[in-house]
Structure formats: structure tokens, C-alpha cells
Ligand binder design. Structure first.
Ligand code: SAM
Length: 296
């Protein structure tokens, strides 16, 4: 079988299985087995594959045809310009989550050496990107999932950040609350899909990504409510919070955050002493994706 034949066959098989990015998936799966770039596939269409190459390509293509996400098959994803390991224990970091990184990095002039809590760290995507681009920052990544903990620790080591990024297995901000520790910044991309919507998502998400990374309860807002309830005891003054939200959730989440930060501001000697600013940021598709608050 030649490269051209393998590519043609893979694209056809993936299209038949309903895979949206059939050509891209086929190209990436073949490139990975051959250890070559995309240009090579098209520059050498007549290259004859070995039996072992054919077998490995067929294996990858049938996994993808069963709708397993491409990133779980290759084991890597790029997030904010950094390569990260991913697998079935963690959500695949999405491009829209890069807006959360942008928002937090925009606060660099406020602190030299902040402590940032990344709640629901998953693969460690936010923790790694923030630590990489904010050399003075210390980050604590928190996640309930033991599997995510393992993946995140490998990603932290992979990028040489273990001296500034630590991980705790635990529920929301309890690991900080338990030690009376405060954070300057709390960042989170929590599970926010309404429970009843999950089965209707594309198979790559519904069947393969961890339920604990998706399920935000009946209306999708359960985790925000619990997280914001804990904020007044954890957030420093000055302090800042940024969370990712699902499409259509920004208004409700901003109201919940304003209530919580109102308590923070009031608790530090009254609203006159602590000023609160809140806002939302849109993603590249124009959807309100990040809700944030800053107390100064
Ligand atoms: C949507 S994923 C986000 C992963 C990663 N931060 C990212 O942006 O790609 C949500 C993560 O929150 C974790 N999680 C869910 N409930 C949690 C809780 N109560 N406390 C801590 N982590 C939780 C899940 O295990 C999952 O890794």
C-alpha cells in the first residue's frame, strides 16, 4: 500500500463513520506513524508502506472511526503554544480556554509573585501556561481526579515548572481552606455542561471525555455556586478571579460572582475600602466565555 492509498482509504473510512475532520485526522494519524510532516505525505504519495506501518495506521484509523478524539490517540495537544500530554483521564484543553490565560496574564502588573489557584486543573493546561508566561507566579493546581493528577504532574515536569507549580488532589478550594491559605488569583475552567445535555454532545465528548470534567449539574452552574461560596475565605485583597463559562451562562455566572465578591469587599472593611470591578470577555467566535472580577 502506498501513502496515497492509505490516505485515501483512511479519509473514506473516517467520513463513513461521521468524523467531521476526516482528512485532518487521517493526515495526522499517518504522519504520526511515519514520523514525517504533512508536506511529506503529499510530496511522496508513492512511498510504499511497510506491513508494520500499515498495521499501526489501521489501528489508529479504527480508533478514530469509533469516534475516539484524535488527541487521545496521539496523546498530545498544543495549548497556548505549549505541547501537553492528554489522555482519557483529562479534558482536552480547548482553544477558547486560552482566553482565560490572556485575562490572568493581563494582571501581571498587579503582582510580582502571586499565588494562583487553578481549580479543576485537569491536564494542568492553565497552570502550565500561566507559570510558563509569569515567571514570578506560584501556582497550585487542584483536582478531584487522581488520573488528572498524574497527567498534570507529568505536564508540569515536562515543562520544568515543578519548582513553582504544585498539585493537590481535593475538592474545589478546600485544600487551601483547610490550611487557612489565601490565593491572590483564583482561576478555573470548571465542569459546566448541564447534566441532561451531555449525552447529546458529539460522541468524541460524550463517550470519551471524563464525565467529572463536563457535568455541571442540572443547570450547569453547580460548581460555580460552590466555588464562589468558598471565595470570600480564600481570596486575598487585592485579589482577582477568572472563570470560563459555557455559551449563554455569562450573565448568570457574573451575578453569582458579584454576590460572592460583594461579600469579599464588604468583609475587608466595607465596600468603600475595597473596590470591585467585574467583566466578561468574548472568545474568537464572539461568545462570552470568561467572567472575571478584580478587587483592589
Ligand atoms: C472542564 S475540566 C478543565 C480542565 C483544565 N483546567 C482545562 O481547562 O483544560 C474540569 C476539571 O475539574 C475537575 N473537577 C470537577 N469537579 C471538581 C471539584 N469539585 N474539585 C476539583 N476539581 C474538580 C475535573 O476532574 C476536571 O479535570
Amino acid at each position: 500500500m502506498t501513502v496515497h492509498e492509505a490516505l485515501k482509504g483512511a479519509v473514506a473510512q473516517l467520513r463513513k463513520a461521521g468524523v467531521e475532520d476526516a482528512r485532518l485526522s487521517a493526515e495526522v494519524l499517518i504522519q504520526r506513524v511515519l514520523g514525517v510532516g504533512k508536506a511529506h505525505l503529499y510530496a511522496h504519495p508513492d512511498r510504499v508502506l511497510t506491513q508494520e506501518e500499515e498495521r499501526r495506521i489501521a489501528e489508529g484509523v479504527s480508533r478514530r472511526a469509533r469516534r475516539e478524539p484524535l488527541q487521545y490517540i496521539t496523546g498530545v495537544v498544543e495549548f497556548y503554544g505549549l505541547e501537553l500530554e492528554v489522555g482519557p483521564d483529562v479534558l482536552i484543553p480547548r482553544p477558547e480556554t486560552e482566553g482565560l490565560v490572556e485575562r490572568v496574564l493581563g494582571w501581571r502588573s498587579m503582582w510580582e509573585r502571586p499565588l494562583i489557584a487553578d481549580v479543576g486543573t485537569g491536564s494542568g493546561a492553565l497552570a502550565v501556561a500561566l507559570a510558563h508566561h509569569w515567571p514570578g507566579a506560584r501556582i497550585v493546581g487542584i483536582d478531584v481526579s487522581p488520573g488528572a493528577f498524574q497527567v498534570a504532574s507529568r505536564n508540569i515536569r515536562r515543562h520544568g515548572l515543578a519548582d513553582r507549580v504544585s498539585l493537590v488532589q481535593g475538592d474545589l478550594l478546600f485544600p487551601l481552606l483547610d490550611h487557612g491559605q489565601r490565593a491572590d488569583i483564583v482561576v478555573s475552567n470548571p465542569p459546566y455542561i448541564p447534566s441532561g445535555d451531555i449525552d447529546g454532545l458529539q460522541p468524541e465528548v460524550a463517550r470519551f471525555e471524563p464525565r467529572a470534567a463536563l457535568d455541571g449539574g442540572g443547570d450547569g452552574l453547580d460548581v460555580y455556586r460552590r466555588l464562589f461560596f468558598q471565595l470570600p475565605e480564600v481570596l486575598s485583597r487585592p485579589g482577582a478571579v477568572a472563570v470560563e463559562v459555557g455559551a449563554g451562562q455569562a450573565g448568570a455566572v457574573r451575578r453569582l460572582l458579584e454576590q460572592s465578591c460583594g461579600v469579599v469587599a464588604g468583609g475587608a472593611g466595607g465596600a468603600a475600602a475595597v473596590q470591585m470591578e467585574t467583566g466578561t470577555d468574548r472568545d474568537l467566535a464572539g461568545i462570552e466565555r470568561v467572567v472575571w472580577a478584580r478587587l483592589s
